[in-house]
Design a protein around this ligand. Structure first.
Ligand code: IMP
Ligand code: MG
Length: 170
C-alpha cells in the first residue's frame, strides 16, 4: 500500500487543529468531544492529548458501510451517548467525511438534543464524493477520491492500527 500521510505529518496537523479548537472557545467553557466509533478513535485519542483539561468526551457508534468500499447511504445507530448534550459545546469527531450522509444524519440527531454549540472535526475530507452538503468546521486533510486505511480507518475491519494513512490496495 502507498503511504498518503505519514505519522509525523498527521501528528503535526492534529496539534494545529487542537490549538485552533482551543482558541475558538471561551477559556472558561467546557468542550465536549463526541467520538464517532469506530473510525474516529485514533484521531480522538491524539486530539484530546493536545488539548487542555477542560475537555470531556463521549462515544457514539454508527455504521454506514457494510464491509466494502462503497457507501450504502444507509446509517445504523449502534451505540448511543452516555450523557446529555444539553447546553454543552459539542464537537463531533469523525475519521472522514465522504458522501456526507453519515454526518448529516448524526448532526441532525445531535442537534435535536439541544447542545449550546455543535461543530464537527474530521481528520479527512473527500469533497469530490459529497452527496449532501454538511458543515465541517475542522478538517485535517483534504484528499482525492481514493479509498484509504489506517489511523482508525478500516477496510473490512482491518488496518485501523496503521500509524499512517495509506491508499488501500488489495
Ligand atoms: P459517508 O457517509 O459517505 O460520508 O461515509 C463516512 C464513513 O464511511 C466514514 O466514517 C468511514 O467509516 C467510511 N469511509 C468513507 N471513506 C472511507 C475511506 O476512504 N476509507 C475507510 N473508510 C471510509
Ligand atoms: Mg468505517
Amino acid at each position: 500500500m502507498i503511504v498518503l500521510l505519514d505519522a509525523e505529518t498527521i501528528r503535526a496537523r492534529i496539534k494545529e487543529l487542537a490549538l485552533e479548537i482551543e482558541r475558538d472557545y471561551p477559556a472558561d467553557e467546557e468542550i465536549h468531544l463526541v467520538c464517532v466509533l469506530k473510525g474516529g478513535f485514533v484521531f480522538m485519542a491524539d486530539l484530546v492529548r493536545s488539548m487542555s483539561a477542560r475537555v470531556s468526551m463521549d462515544f457514539i457508534a454508527v455504521s454506514s458501510y457494510g464491509s466494502g468500499t462503497k457507501s450504502s447511504g444507509e446509517v445504523r445507530f449502534q451505540k448511543d451517548l452516555d450523557t446529555s448534550l444539553e447546553s454543552r459545546n459539542v464537537i463531533v469527531v469523525e475519521d472522514i467525511v465522504d458522501t456526507g450522509l453519515t454526518l448529516k444524519y448524526l448532526q441532525e440527531i445531535l442537534r435535536s438534543r439541544a447542545p449550546k454549540t455543535l461543530r464537527t472535526a474530521c481528520l479527512l475530507s473527500k469533497p469530490s464524493r459529497r452527496k449532501v452538503e454538511v458543515p465541517v468546521e475542522y478538517i485535517g486533510f483534504t484528499i482525492e477520491d481514493k479509498f484509504v486505511v489506517g489511523y482508525g480507518l478500516d477496510f473490512a475491519e482491518k488496518y485501523r492500527n496503521l500509524p499512517h494513512i495509506a491508499i488501500f490496495q488489495e
